[in-house]
Each structure stands twice: as structure tokens, then as C-alpha cells.
Unconditional design. Sequence first.
Length: 256
Amino acid sequence: MLMAVACFALGELGMYLSFAGVKIFILVSFFIILIHYYKESKNLRNAVFVFAMFILGAIRLFTYDGDDIFKVLHRDSISGASVSATVSDISRTKSGYQIFLDDVEILCEDTCVSVKRKLVVRLDANSFRLGQRVSAVGSLTPFSKGNNPGEFNEFNYYRARNAECRLTADEIHVINPEYYKYRDCLRCLRDELVLRLRAVLDAEDAGLLEAVILGDKADMDSDIKKMYQRAGIAHVIAISGVKTESQQSTLAYKPP
């Protein structure tokens, strides 16, 4: 029974994550587990039952719409909405900042909707801190699904980050100034390191080092990023445990 529940959850996870490589990894892992399970149990009926639970998990999440506010309010987009939410993440983009809002409550024409997923707001400048409670008024629009071949699927990208839709804020202000001191301190430290890199390096080199050291690809030249991908060494510009351990080992090295 435990095996069936685990495979059901694995099927849901495979549908929840939008990246093809992760889906393939989960699918291959499942079949390895299934073959091993069949060899150990020698019971075809149990193996078929476990396989069916995996498929049911994938189908359940595929057909699950969750708290889709556009379906709840029967609209393609929502304007004049009042939003109350908590700042959960702040990241830089080429044109400014991208803020993720969590614990979202939306009031639209006397209808109040609680949203489990996050909202995404883009701002030219940022004065908010992680954990602050904010209030905003603006328009809500769904993410593009990229219907044309090769077009970026914004919907899948943001759903993988547990985001519901985009908020275009006409006004946004803090209603509770308390914030997560430790997390926000680390974010400020990262931003300060970015400013130091920009001060001593040209834009191209600074963007590359930001990606290698901090995992921040916002300022990385798109041509350089494609060059790394074509060469099959894109992992060099991704934060990983191996790189972190190597840096720690270098700093902790004591000569004999």
C-alpha cells in the first residue's frame, strides 16, 4: 500500500514540474522502481496496481485547476482588483525587479478570493523587504501559454514556481512593515555584491560573474548564455553543491 501511495505522489510530482528533463528523470526512475518491485514481489497484479496509481496521480494533477481566480470570477482578466499579500521573493530582471506575493487575498466587486498560489509583480524600482505585508490595486492577467512552436511558455514557467498570474499594480504600499530579517539580509548582501562587481568590471564580465558566483542571470548577455548552452557547459553558470563545497574547501585550506 505504501508503494502505491508513493507512486501516486510521484505521478503528481511529474505533472507538477514543467521542465522536460525532470519529467523524463521521474519517468525513468519510476520504471526502474517498478521493475525492481516486480522482481522482488513476483506479483504481476501488484505491479499493475502500482503502475495504475502512478498514472492516476499524473491524471489527477493534470486535470486539477486549483484556485484559478479567472474561472472563479468567470473572466479572462480582472481590473480594479484590491490585493493584500506578503512579499515572498524579490529578484532582479533586465528592466527592474520582479516580486512574488504569497498569502494572497483578492477583493473584486464585493467578491473575496483567497489564492494559494503566488502573484507576480514587476516594478522599475524596489523598496520592499521579504515578509512585509503589502496592499495593491491593479489588474490581474493570466500568463501566456506560448501557442506558437518554439515560443516561451510563460504559464508553465511560472506554474513551476507556484505562481497564479501577473499583477499590474497601479499603486502598491506596505501595510505591515515587519519583515524576515535573516532572509532579507542575505538578499541585500547579494545585491551589494552585484553592485561591487558592476563597479570594477565591464557589463559583460560582471553579468557572467553574477551568474557563476550568485546564480543571478538577469544581467548575463543572451549570446554568451546561448554559447554556454550550445557547448554543453551551462552547468558552469548554475549554483551547485559541488561548486559551493569547492569554494568552502579553498577558503578553509590550511597549509601544512
